[in-house]
Design a protein around this ligand. Structure first.
Ligand code: NAG
Length: 471
């Protein structure tokens, strides 16, 4: 009966974890915002909502709000066939199964100033437990529970990674300087940041984008171009790189973190820490060519991240998908002769920068361009992606997908002449996530490119990120 013994050992540990977890859930009810800086105590309950794994156990518990209480439900457990025994006098045995059962019905929320210790009332048994909970970071909770005098135990629970969408934001993205009247201005970042503060985004895993490494920049850009950018980034005033591309004192940090966030997101996905990611950066990157800044863009973060997945994580086939109203000529140039890289773009035609003809297909048939006539809308856009670009992506068979997410094909955009609305972006995001799931084990990140009507940018970003979260 050794199998039984193994089971019992595991079950006992599981039972203890559930008990301390249950205790923590009520205490967790006093907790807070996922928009907190890392390593600080959150101040809304959203930080504890979601799915969590106890240590060393093949089990998942889901914490959510239900009325005035928090509820926890066992959604998966290795020994899920064990029957519930809520009348067992042994608390470990009693807490053990719980499959599909709300175990926190009847819990009262405690006040925020009492978060460190609280009472758990288990309505099934009438018993009260003491507990302590500490949020270590967005992905780890330390839960210490006591089931009796001297019977206290602490565990670090881990957020179930596949449930999480990462969000990379940074003040440098707001600060990046441009001349007065420039259409790619700090207000763009501000509306995106504000839109993503909505309650529906509280469960995003918010991270700080690091600066990109020299090695990663040079997966796409030449050494001489990188040095040109670094040497010409001004300590004050503005340096001009092309007709509409400028760098100010904060800009080098911004362009390094924009690409660095995308690279960090790739690493996080391969580490199994998240299912997908959005990098809410400015300036955009998709016009930046290997040797040249243009069209607001300095470093091509999408292309850099894709090649990082190939170079560091062994992805054989990487794809960048671009629905910005402008063609990403920088990404196309970087991928043209690269058999392991695929680029697909829908864009207005004619429009800046004047590249992206349907007949431009790359050295390995690895480029797919769908120019859309000025005035085209939902039908043409969905047809181009549904009938041409997405099937080409599937045929390519990507191991990793990066979205160049520009929202200037929205009907309200002052630079673009297409007639899309938010629903179209949400639709395409879901479609791309579907291919990612089928072909690339779900590996998908998205970097912000254009979008110049502020309300449309905010609303479009919101539906895009929501679709990533639901993917
Ligand atoms: C990108 O666009 C610019 C401006 O139209 C053009 O000069 C350049 O040749 C394009 N780059 C590529 C690789 O097509």
């Amino acid at each position: 009966m050794s199998g039984v013994r193994v089971c019992l050992q595991n079950c006992v540990r599981w039972g203890q974890a559930v008990i301390v977890g249950v205790v923590a859930l009520m205490v967790g009810g006093t907790f807070a915002s996922a928009a907190m800086p890392l390593n600080e105590t959150p101040d809304t309950i959203e930080a504890v909502l979601g799915e969590w794994e106890p240590p060393d156990m093949d089990a998942v518990i889901s914490i959510r709000e239900c009325g005035e209480t928090l509820c926890a439900e066992l959604v998966r457990h290795k020994y899920a066939d064990i029957n519930t025994d809520i009348n067992n006098p042994d608390p470990v045995m009693r807490a053990r199964p719980l499959l599909g059962v709300r175990i926190l019905d009847g819990l009262r929320r405690v006040k925020a100033d009492r978060w460190k210790g609280g009472e758990l009332y288990d309505p099934r048994t009438g018993k009260t437990y003491l507990s302590k909970l500490k949020v270590i970071d967005n992905n780890h909770l330390k839960i210490t529970g006591c089931i009796g005098p001297g019977l206290c135990k602490g565990y670090v629970w881990r957020r179930v990674p596949h449930m999480t969408t990462l969000l990379y934001t940074h003040a440098a993205f707001r600060n990046h300087e441009v001349p007065p009247g420039h259409v790619e201005h700090p207000g763009r970042y501000e509306v995106v940041e504000k839109a993503l503060e909505d309650k529906v985004f509280a469960t995003l895993d918010r991270r700080i984008p690091p600066q990109v490494s020299v090695e990663d920049i040079e997966r796409i850009h030449s050494t001489s171009y990188r040095e040109l950018v670094e040497e010409n980034a001004p300590a004050q005033g503005l340096a001009q790189f092309d007709a509409d591309t400028f760098l100010g004192p904060s800009s080098l940090d911004a362009v390094r973190r924009a690409a660095g966030g995308a690279v960090a997101a790739v690493d996080a996905l391969y580490a199994g820490e998240a299912k997908n990611a959005f990098i809410a950066a400015r300036p955009p990157g998709h016009h930046a060519e290997p040797e040249r800044a243009m069209g607001f863009c300095v470093f091509n973060g999408a292309a850099i991240a894709a090649k990082h997945a190939a170079g560091v994580h062994g992805a054989k086939r990487v794809a960048v998908l671009d629905f910005d109203v402008h063609h990403g000529n920088g990404t196309e140039a970087a991928f043209w002769h690269d058999e392991g890289a695929f680029y697909a773009s829908s864009h207005e035609w004619p429009q800046y920068p004047g590249t992206g003809r349907e007949t431009d297909r790359g050295a390995f048939d690895n480029i797919a361009n769908a120019p859309l006539a000025t005035g085209a809308g939902t039908h043409e856009f969905r047809q181009a992606w549904g009938e041409r670009l997405l099937p080409a992506l599937s045929d390519f068979g990507p191991d990793f997908i990066v979205i160049s997410a520009g929202f200037d094909a929205h009907r309200a955009d002052p630079l673009g002449g297409l007639q899309l609305d938010e629903d179209d972006f949400a639709w395409l995001t879901r479609e791309i996530a579907g291919v990612a799931r089928d072909k690339a084990q779900g590996r998908l990140i998205s970097v912000l490119e254009g979008g110049y009507d502020l309300p449309a940018l905010a609303a479009s970003t919101a539906v895009h990120v929501k679709a990533l979260m639901e993917a």
